[in-house]
Write a protein that binds this ligand. Structure first.
Ligand code: PMP
Length: 428
């Protein structure tokens, strides 16, 4: 009897989406790097009040916190989220129908694409983009349509800012058609750190309204905005509440990425379909983590806008870290693009072409080669920027790499030591 299976086992929807940048570079960084500024997570502890909340939830005598809770979100958490977003959006929200808790922002995204995208639907994605949007759209049977942010060099020899990367309005408009079901917006944007201005969001909103298109608004870095910039929520623009799902993440908001608590906020008309996907896939996310995050939000609601608020303190700390890393990178001859938000920054590495050996018969882009070389030879890990582009546009953006600066001072200092030593070697 032939026991081995011979028929193909892979579903067609998985074709061409098996590669994942993180699997490869996380492994490389773990093997060779001394300082890892690659993957995006803080290496400093989550705030004390959040850790305390988790301990209280664990040992506080409410043993029911170890059991299932409401599928679409633990009641104290959806209530706290509704209260906060009522403030942020200036509209009344029903915690039970306008909020849904997910397993990280990742599952929120997955629910959106599964709920809204049919075979043949197009979804507009702005490049560079958080890499999972593309395979998630494809898994849902949709077709991603890409439109790049186009960089304009600053005139006066200053460092470039993420604000210098802009959509071409005519190009953006040309991507909308009868087939367009949704656009994914990510502001503040990973990997560039771009915070879309009100004017840019108005342009996107007008096109969404004109073509009757949904907006999946990934706002996981909503609190990480610098230099007095303001995060505008596209759902608050005319005609947008009705067609927008806002996505957030406790991982980013409270520096606890491993907890995988995320959420969606939007009209019941849209969220009802997310609930269908959610109840038929993960059902709900860990009760105890939801309870602790709820307490974190309750604290923030009482301190809202005050100097003790974590939402005020975290960006202040991160801005200093950003500036530290910028100085270190400039010293070695990289050209950082100053991010207006997020905890990432992208740096131009065009000046290093002669340092990095060519690999014969390889079509590996320069930024991949450079990053691997830097990890192995300098012990410093980053991520190549072209990983955040579609196959068709990758080759136009191969001289940049992304660093994460949500790191302890000691980690950033160790990175600086590597870069200073590198600079000496270059000049000697
Ligand atoms: N969206 C963006 C833009 C992100 O950068 C990330 C995490 N790197 C996520 C979503 C996923 O968030 P979570 O960890 O909450 O699933």
């Amino acid at each position: 009897l032939q026991a081995k299976m011979s028929r193909p086992v892979q579903a067609r929807r998985l074709e061409g989406i098996d590669k994942n940048i993180w699997v490869e570079f996380v492994q490389l960084a773990a093997t060779y790097s001394k300082v890892n500024l690659g993957q995006g997570f803080p290496d400093f502890p989550a705030p004390d009040f959040l850790q305390e909340a988790l301990k209280r939830a664990l040992g506080g005598g409410n043993h029911m916190l170890h059991q299932y809770t409401r599928a679409f979100g633990h009641p104290p958490l959806v209530k706290a989220l509704a209260q906060l977003f009522e403030k942020l959006l200036g509209r009344e929200l029903d915690p039970m129908t306008n909020v849904m808790v997910t397993v990280g922002a990742y599952q929120a995204l997955f629910c959106c694409f599964q709920a809204f995208v049919d075979e043949g639907d197009e979804v507009i994605i702005i490049e560079p983009f958080f890499d999972c949007y593309e395979p998630m759209v494809k898994m849902a049977g949709g077709t991603p349509v890409f439109v790049p942010l186009r960089p304009k060099a600053p005139k006066d020899g200053k460092l470039m800012s993420s604000a210098d990367w802009q959509l071409d309005p005519a190009e953006l408009a040309s991507k909308f058609s009868q087939r367009t079901k949704a656009i994914v917006l990510n502001s503040p944007n990973n990997p560039l750190g771009k915070v879309f201005s009100r004017g840019e969001l108005e342009l996107i909103a007008e096109l969404c309204v004109k073509h009757d298109v949904l907006c999946v608004s990934d706002e996981v870095y909503e609190w990480l905005v610098y230099d007095g910039k303001e995060h505008t929520r596209i759902a608050s623009l005319p005609g947008m509440w009705d067609r927008t799902v806002i996505i957030g993440s406790a991982g980013k908001t409270f520096s606890a990425t491993g907890w995988k608590v995320g959420w969606t906020v939007g009209p019941d008309r849209l969220l009802q379909h997310l609930r269908t996907v959610h109840q038929n896939s993960v059902y709900h996310c860990a009760t105890i983590a939801q309870e602790a995050v709820a307490q974190g939000f309750q604290r923030e609601l009482t301190l809202y806008g005050k100097p003790e608020s974590y939402f005020v303190q975290l960006p202040r700390t991160l801005q200093q870290k950003r500036d530290l890393l910028i100085q270190s990178l400039v010293a070695v001859g990289m050209k950082p693009i100053v991010p207006e938000g997020t905890y990432f920054l992208v740096a131009d590495i065009s000046e290093f072409k002669s340092d990095v050996p060519e690999v014969p018969n390889s079509d590996e882009p320069y930024d991949y080669r450079f990053t691997k070389w830097m990890i192995k030879n300098k012990g410093l890990a980053a991520i190549p920027l072209s990983a955040f582009y579609s196959e068709a546009h990758k080759n136009n953006y191969t001289s940049f790499i992304r660093f994460c600066f949500a790191k302890e001072e000691a980690t950033l200092k160790a990175a600086n030591d590597i870069l200073q030593k590198w600079k000496k070697e270059k000049t000697s």
